[in-house]
Design a binder for this molecule. Structure first.
Ligand SMILES: [Zn+2]
Length: 200
């Protein structure tokens, strides 16, 4: 069983620490979910190089050979979800939707609609809405975008490492597999991102 040290780093011989302070943005208090991503880069090194400049990033990175790197502290927020979240009640739990309000939003133009949905959702708390940067851990899997619907297929070794990592995080943060999401479920992304990730 892994432990988490005072700096928010996961301690286990399966995890290599490659912390990039430039992708940490303030405190992360109250972790309720995990969002799984693909990097759109061919190697882990490309992502490490990108993280040196700071900006967007995630807490963990899983290489093609299944190596697990922790790239940000679990006490720090990373920008991995994006600015506009989708509606969870529209997608999976319709009874939680205020249907009159939602009908009004859905009648708007696309640009206004996605902003109004985001504002409507952010007024809710998890699990009534999808996770956001301030309450979730991000896990990146190395893999290139191929076209507007497809990413590289995730390797078996990567999925095995993902399964181990999420099972440790379930214990540390009292999560279940229903708290793990693929990035395109949560925000407006290439639907292929993480589509071949398997964690249960
Ligand atoms: Zn992503």
């Amino acid at each position: 069983m892994s432990t988490i040290n005072k700096d928010g780093m996961l301690i286990d011989n399966k995890v290599v620490h490659r912390r990039s302070p430039g992708i940490e943005h303030g405190m992360l208090i109250g972790i309720h979910a995990i969002v799984v991503h693909q990097t759109d880069a061919p190697t882990a090194q490309h992502t490490f190089n990108g993280y040196k400049a700071g900006g967007n990033g995630a807490h963990f990175l899983i290489g093609k050979n299944g190596s697990i790197y922790q790239t940000a502290s679990l006490h720090k927020r990373c920008y991995h979800v994006g600015r506009l979240i989708k509606s969870k009640c529209l997608a999976i739990n319709n009874k939680n939707c205020n249907s009159a309000r939602m009908a009004k939003i859905l009648a708007m133009s696309w640009g206004s609609q996605i902003k109004a949905i985001n504002a409507n959702e952010r007024a809710k708390t998890y699990p009534d809405r999808y996770p956001v940067n301030s309450d979730s851990i991000g896990i990146e899997l190395v893999g290139k975008h191929i076209d507007d619907k497809t990413y590289e297929t995730i390797k078996a070794q990567q999925n095995l490492s993902l399964q181990w990592l999420v099972s440790e995080l379930y214990i540390h943060f009292s999560l279940t597999s229903s708290d793990v999401y693929k990035h395109p479920q949560v925000s407006y992304k290439n639907p292929g991102e993480a589509s071949t990730a398997i964690w249960k």
